[in-house]
Design a protein around this ligand. Structure first.
Ligand code: TNX
Length: 496
């Protein structure tokens, strides 16, 4: 009893174990492949520096900014540093090894992308408040899938470049490495194309969002700047122009893209499946080739998404005719064609990537395409669509694919989900965020988080474990709160 009145340090015998670190070594999202806790841990102080070779300087600077530490080429002392090293590790280009000892931290990876991934892990291990002691031990980590993505729909409601950048900051913390931008739809056209300027002057004008709210578009300079910004966070931009359906905004701007040459009325409602390019017209292919050429030229990433979904106003025969010409055009401009899973019916899709958005675990057309070489990105709408409401009371979102609470979004396996689509054909996972009901960044964050953290873990970590994820997610909440991220406080989680 008397001992309790004394300061803890005085009461503790000299040989007692040091206090447990505030953040356990494995408390990271996405869960690392191997976590071996042990040893006393490393305490960050005002004197701690980050040491990095020139090839790791950019990652080191970002880490230094996040942890408020100085970056140097060579630390003068042998101890008290976080050393970034470029060198061999297992696990591919994004693999890394993080070693935490009493006298310092070593983060080693084969590439700057691997160091970036490791730096995200390290940041989550530094307690948000109190002593900045990082738990001792070693983490060896690498991703399960190379493609871990999310999508923003800037067509239904435009999101500004600044909003997109803030979102890139948040998604990259979970090692998401692709951001798909849905750049055109019936309501609006959001990317400058020099050879068809009215696409944006008309299709991106004020009032072109759902309910007549918003409007706007990315200039080529905006887009290139976004590509660069994303690349600095190891995120690749995947641009989508949706066709042959979802093209009303393009036809409002250019009536020659319809079969009768008459401009349709602009649409700001949320119906789908009513518009189609004119499949028999050469103007269509001149348009499509110009758009693909200009988009490919400003996109360093390998994927170019050509939509292909919900083409209900295109006959089946016309759809095949269209894809027979358009899928090879993507290759002509040096890109891998990527489309919604409907493209799988076209034989030319054998070298393409199909994004599965169906509600069931069977899709014979896609399974047949996979047997011919098509690769798949998993976005099953009932599990991965983060525009769907969490529950009936969610103030934003749609619910046609069902309600998707945090556990439902997490509890599935992208490698075994679809019959006839083995893990070897799955490039990864993507969580699309359609924007019919969204306006601003708070709306984006509320729908994306926390679910997207779960999708990131499905894409990165070897196997899902809901109880473990639930605990780590609850512990993560204060980090979102501290950054002002407006996340959904799901009742399924015990938030710290
Ligand atoms: C279906 S999913 C669409 C989009 C809508 C979305 C809303 C898909 C490939 N197409 O046009 O925005 O549902 O959830």
């Amino acid at each position: 009893l008397l001992a309790c009145a004394l300061p803890l340090t005085a009461a503790a015998p000299a040989h007692a174990a040091p206090p447990a670190p505030a953040v356990a070594l494995g408390s990271v999202i996405p869960a690392p492949v191997e976590v071996r806790p042990g040893g006393p841990g490393f305490k960050l102080t005002a004197g701690t520096v980050i040491e990095a070779p020139p090839g790791a300087r950019a990652v080191a600077e970002q880490l230094g900014e996040a942890l408020r530490l100085r970056v140097v080429r060579h630390a003068s002392a042998r101890t008290g540093k976080i050393a970034l090293e470029l060198g061999r590790v297992s696990g591919g280009p994004e693999g890394y090894r993080l070693t935490v000892k009493r006298n310092g931290v070593t983060l080693r990876a084969g590439t700057a992308a691997g160091l970036f991934a490791g730096a995200q892990t390290l940041q989550q291990l530094v307690p948000l408040r109190g002593a900045r002691t990082i738990a001792g031990g070693e983490i060896v980590d690498h991703p399960r899938f190379g493609y871990r993505g999310t999508m923003l729909d800037v067509a239904r409601h435009f999101h500004t470049p600044d909003e997109i950048k803030r979102h890139i900051d948040e998604i990259s913390k979970f090692k998401i490495n692709h951001l798909h931008l849905h750049l055109s739809d019936d309501q609006g056209w959001r990317i400058q194309i020099d050879s068809w300027p009215r696409l944006t002057t008309v299709g991106g004008a004020a009032g072109t969002g759902v309910d007549g709210v918003g409007g706007g578009y990315l200039t080529k300079a905006d887009y290139r700047d976004l590509v660069r910004y994303a690349a600095s966070r190891y995120v690749t931009i995947v641009p989508e122009i949706d066709m042959p359906g979802h093209v009303n905004a393009a036809q409002v701007a250019y009536p020659e893209l319809t079969c009768d040459g008459i401009a349709p009325p602009p649409r700001t409602d949320t119906a789908v499946g009513y518009s189609s390019l004119c499949i028999g017209s050469e103007t269509t292919y001149r348009f499509v080739e110009d758009v693909i050429r200009e988009l490919a030229a400003m996109t360093p990433g390998k994927y170019l998404h050509i939509g292909g979904d919900e083409a209900h106003a295109t006959t089946d025969a016309d759809y095949l005719t269209f894809q027979k010409r358009v899928l090879p055009l993507v290759r002509k401009y040096g890109k891998t064609a990527y489309g919604w899973n409907e493209i799988a019916v076209a034989p030319e899709a054998s070298t393409a990537v199909a994004q599965y958005w169906g509600l069931t675990t069977q899709n014979p057309a896609l399974a047949a395409a996979v047997a011919n070489g098509t690769k798949v990105i998993m976005s099953p709408a009932n599990l991965a669509y983060i525009d769907q409401k969490y529950d009936p009371s969610t103030r934003l979102g749609l619910s046609w694919a069902g309600f998707i609470e945090v556990r439902k979004a997490y509890d599935w396996n992208p490698g075994t989900h679809l019959t006839g689509v083995p893990e070897s054909a799955v490039l990864g996972i993507e969580a699309p965020l359609w924007s019919e009901t969204l306006r601003d960044l708070d709306d984006i964050e509320f729908m994306a988080f926390p679910r997207l953290a779960g999708h990131a873990e499905l894409g990165w970590s070897p196997a899902g474990d809901w109880e473990s994820f639930r605990t780590r997610l609850g512990a993560y909440g204060p980090r979102w709160a501290a950054r002002g991220v407006d996340f959904y406080r799901s009742p399924q989680i015990d938030w710290a």
